[in-house]
Write a protein that binds this ligand. Structure first.
Ligand code: ASP
Length: 692
């Protein structure tokens, strides 16, 4: 289809007039019909009125206009009419309908654009002038029905994974590039109908306005200067850019976030079972234990109900016992603290109150400890110095910055939020500069440590998925989108927008995202790592300390047992010496039968025989201990042992238990055997001669 038009909507002059016209609401809207295209008739009227105004203006400048009342009845012409006609005839003006010029009252020198319909749109392919000249600028348009032969110049910036240079060296043209945006361009160019040629931008910047000079740099500058048709890449749409260039509909959403090095894991501690309670609390518990044990001991001594008769059958006894000795008090409190209880039980109200309140205390402490222990041992703890942009703003130790000459930098510079203003003041004044020329430089700087990089979430996601040493801190600070940028008024904008919408609805953009973000082999397996560390049972490194405590406890018990053993052996040796001395004295008093002393013993038949007394050897401490040790080390044999090993019949009455008559085994008078009595050590029960 071929069409003609008088208004050249591609001309910048016409576009300016139409934009102005659109501002006059509602007249402007109804003229343009919301299409930015004016019909021929209103365009001609617009030019006519302008031409008339210019003629009148010229007339007014040359002579004083004399206005006269005109009557419709009489045919009196207006005196200046012919002058006005002449002035209008002389007007030369560039109007909506092209250059306007009159020859003898008729418009001359106008032109009509010739249009061809291609891909559902009309394209100018030449022009016609009244002198019969046809000037065809695109002869191809009359023959080919397929793809247009239009090659758009596309500028971009190398940015992983949007646009990247392939490693292969002998490639030429567009085949040198790969990435999300390169794939997107392939789809869009087919749908919108253009060929393209990709080039990297000169200064490698996206574009930022210099607030002092008002000058733009980067890709934006090149589009303003119409050095390229499109800028494709991770080009953020923002207010300042939108006022000097055009953007298509967005193809990706994002926000600014913080890239930071993965915080160090807390080194596992052998004594981490101590962590649930603070050191002060452990010390307070120890103090409470001592105080409560001492209190219960004192209270029990004061309270008469804690004193009891150890032999309830002997009511007239004067000796009373108290279970809560100092040692027992400590044993009682530790038993309850460890939730094990003890065989001691308070009987008096006062001691019960102390015990009850201690039980309550232990209940709370043990429950808190147990609950906190689970959290402490299973959760992997990290030392995170910063958790948000606010944290960054509040400190000066960790440096932070953005990409130079981009929208992220502009975001902090233009933000009215106090925190971001503060961050901008820091970044602007920091020397050496905290701004980086490329995203890769920013990532490298983060890896070196002590630097947080404020970058867009798209690149951030890509980076942290591939490098497990990096992480995102906090959420998104704003919400942005990427679009394809065109010079202002580019005819390609709407076509590309349509293509992007279609690609989005068909899910192709999502597929491309998965292809470039997720499906590449070098993705770091962070999830599995986390799963491992969470699922792993607690190791020796976590709770090995309890085993150490257990071993220490055992060692202490063995040391105490040795001390007890030594102390007891020494006491026995002393007792022996004293007894030997008293025995010898007794025998001297009895008067032996002759010079050689004899003692009565039962022979094998049970008959009493007199045998010469074997001199009892003097027991040294060492031999005493050796004997005790021998007994202790015997693997088999009686579980019982004599309380006093020798001559139990001679034990002091005060330390001997004498069983009641009914308890005694029957004496066998016939064979003359003495009744066997088992002597047990008892330091409390005493023989009462008054009540045998
Ligand atoms: N995509 C950004 C831009 O268009 C780059 C950045 O500043 O992070 O400027």
């Amino acid at each position: 289809m071929t069409a003609f038009r008088i208004v050249d909507t591609g001309s910048p002059h016409v576009r300016t007039i139409l934009r102005d016209m659109e501002k006059f609401q509602p007249v402007g809207h109804s003229i343009l019909n919301k299409s930015s295209i004016i019909k021929a008739e209103p365009a001609l009227i617009y030019d006519s009125v302008n031409v008339f105004a210019k003629g009148l203006h010229a007339l007014e400048r040359s002579a004083t206009l004399s206005l006269a009342n005109l009557s419709c009845e009489s045919e009196t012409p207006w005196g200046d009419g012919s002058s006005l006609f002449n002035y209008i005839n002389a007007v030369e003006y560039d109007g909506l309908t092209g250059p306007i010029k009159f020859t003898e009252g008729k418009r001359s020198n106008f032109k009509l654009d010739i249009l061809k319909l291609r891909n559902e749109e009309l394209y100018k392919v030449g022009q016609w002038t009244p002198d019969g000249q046809i000037n065809i600028t695109d002869t191809q348009a009359f023959f080919e029905g397929g793809r247009p032969n239009i090659t758009l110049k596309i500028i971009t910036i190398e940015e992983t994974p949007f646009v990247m240079l392939k490693d292969v060296s002998n490639l030429t043209g567009n085949s040198r590039y790969e990435g999300f945006c390169v794939d997107l361009l392939t789809y869009v160019s087919t749908m919108a109908g253009f060929e393209y040629e990709i080039q990297f931008s000169g200064d490698g910047l996206y574009g930022l306005i210099d607030t002092d000079s008002g000058e733009w740099n980067g890709l934006v500058r090149e589009l303003i200067d119409k050095k390229a048709d499109l800028a494709v890449g991770s080009m953020t749409i923002n207010y300042a850019r939108e006022s000097v260039i055009d953007f298509t509909k967005p193809f990706m959403n994002l926000g600014v976030s913080i890239l930071f090095k993965v915080p160090q894991r807390v080194p596992t501690q052998l004594f981490s079972f101590m962590n649930p309670l603070a050191v002060e609390i452990w010390l307070y518990i120890l103090l409470a234990y001592i105080i409560v044990s001492t209190t219960i001991y004192i209270v029990a001594r004061f309270s008469p109900y804690e004193w009891h008769n150890p032999s309830p059958c002997h009511n007239n006894r004067e000796i009373m016992e108290n279970d809560f000795t100092l040692g027992n008090s400590f044993w009682f409190t530790i038993g309850t603290l460890m939730q094990q209880g003890s065989d001691l039980n308070p009987k008096a109200a006062s001691t019960r109150i102390v015990g009850g309140i201690w039980w309550f205390f232990t209940l709370i402490i043990i429950s808190s400890y147990t609950a906190n222990l689970a959290a402490f041992l299973t959760v992997e703890r990290m030392i995170t110095p910063i958790e948000s942009a606010e944290d960054l703003a509040e400190q000066n130790e960790i440096e932070y910055g953005t990409l130079e000459g981009g929208s992220t930098m502009a975001f902090f510079r233009d933000s009215k939020i106090e925190t971001y203003q503060k961050m901008w003041r820091y970044m602007e004044s920091k020397r050496p500069s905290v701004f980086v020329p490329t995203i890769d430089d920013g990532v490298k700087r983060v890896l070196e440590g002590n630097y947080a990089f404020l970058m867009e979430s798209t690149m951030l996601d890509y980076t942290i998925q591939r490098n497990c040493n990096l992480t995102q801190v906090g959420g998104l600070l704003n919400s942005n989108s990427y679009g394809i940028a065109t010079p202002i008024g580019s005819p390609w904008r709407d076509k590309i927008s349509l293509a992007i919408l279609e690609l989005q609805e068909k899910g192709i953009i999502q597929m491309l995202y998965s292809k470039w973000w997720k499906n590449t082999g070098d993705v770091c397996n962070r999830d599995e790592k986390n799963k491992d560390s969470k699922a792993n049972a607690l190791g020796v490194a976590n709770i090995g300390g309890v085993f150490v405590v257990l071993l220490c406890g055992l060692a202490l018990a063995i040391v105490v047992a040795i001390l007890e053993f030594c102390w007891n052996s020494r006491k026995n040796a002393q007792t022996d010496r004293v007894r030997r001395y008293s025995d010898d004295e007794d025998e001297d008093e009895d008067g032996g039968s002759g010079s050689e002393r004899e003692e009565a013993e039962l022979d094998e038949k049970g008959e009493k025989v007199l045998r010469p007394r074997t001199p009892r050897p003097q027991q040294s401490l060492c031999s005493e201990m050796a004997e005790e040790l021998r007994f202790a080390m015997r693997c088999h044999g009686s579980r019982q042992r004599p309380a006093l090993r020798r001559n139990c019949s001679r034990c002091t009455p005060g330390s001997t238990y004498v069983p009641a008559a009914t308890d005694l085994p029957q004496a066998n008078g016939e064979n003359g055997l003495l009744p066997t009595v088992e002597f047990r050590k008892s330091s409390v029960v005493q023989f009462d001669p008054a009540n045998p």
